[in-house]
Design a protein around this ligand. Structure first.
Ligand SMILES: Nc1ncnc2c1ncn2[C@@H]1O[C@H](COP(=O)(O)OP(=O)(O)OP(=O)(O)O)[C@@H](O)[C@H]1O
Ligand SMILES: [Mg+2]
Length: 220
């Protein structure tokens, strides 16, 4: 079982967007996917409730961080973590081999909040326990000053800068309909698909044992 945590206590940095994209990507490839919505706002749950029946299926567990997740038969478990993250609470559900992706926006407050979060994680010793962490620059607008500051900040960290996702309405429009960019015709989202490839390379999930479903791009 592959457990992937999308975490950053800073609100609005893209946790739900990235969690749902990852869940949709692996579901389209035929993995049994469980999306765990830890957030009281239930944005991932709302997204899944609006997912068209003809799309690849994703199981949902809506929970609080205090409740350990029983994974059932899931091959990929994606955790959409809440802004109110507490290491004490995740200690029971995070294990060696699990991966944490941290989305960060390019603003001074987001960078400062991220640094505080990372210091808490480094001090906790979870990396000595075999948990890997990667950073994702999200909503990137490459020609802005704070984008450059963010990239300089991320490149100095011990954890790799795994991907750089541009600011695009493709995510907003897809999410509004219970979709991901991986459900859309390739020609419309080619630039975004290319930006995601390093994330899937880094996650390095083994092929599904018995693929359950292969979705075709929706004609939209
Ligand atoms: N790469 C992107 N391009 C454009 N819009 C984006 C991108 N990533 C996220 N968004 C938008 O930014 C907003 C916040 O994203 P999201 O809800 O994923 O963040 P979050 O970290 O889950 O927030 P919260 O802390 O409230 O749970 C949403 O409206 C989402 O559609
Ligand atoms: Mg969210």
């Amino acid at each position: 079982m592959n457990q992937i945590f999308i975490a950053n206590p800073k609100g609005g940095c893209g946790k739900t967007t990235i969690s749902t994209q990852i869940a949709g990507y692996y579901a389209n490839l035929g993995y049994r996917v469980l999306l765990v919505d830890h957030d009281a706002q239930k944005s991932s749950s709302d997204w899944l409730a609006s997912r068209p029946a003809r799309c690849s299926s994703i199981q949902l567990r809506a929970t609080t961080v205090e409740t350990p997740v029983s994974d059932g038969e899931a091959e990929v478990v994606v955790h959409d973590m809440p802004a109110a993250w507490s290491l004490d609470h995740v200690a029971d559900i995070i294990h060696a081999g699990d991966k944490v992706l941290v989305p960060v926006l390019s603003s001074p407050t987001d960078i400062k909040a991220c640094l505080r979060f990372l210091m808490e994680l480094y001090r906790s010793g979870i990396f000595e326990a075999g948990i890997r962490m990667g950073m994702v620059a999200n909503r990137s607008r490459e020609h802005t000053r704070y984008y450059k500051i963010l990239i300089e900040f991320l490149e100095r960290l011990e954890s790799p800068l795994v991907a750089n996702l541009r600011d695009t309405q493709n995510y907003v429009r897809a999410m509004d309909r219970g979709l991901t960019i991986f459900d859309l015709p390739e020609s419309r989202v080619a630039a975004d698909l290319a930006q995601w490839q390093p994330i899937f390379d880094w996650l390095d999930v083994a092929p599904p044992a018995n693929p359950v479903h292969t979705a075709e791009a929706l004609a939209v």
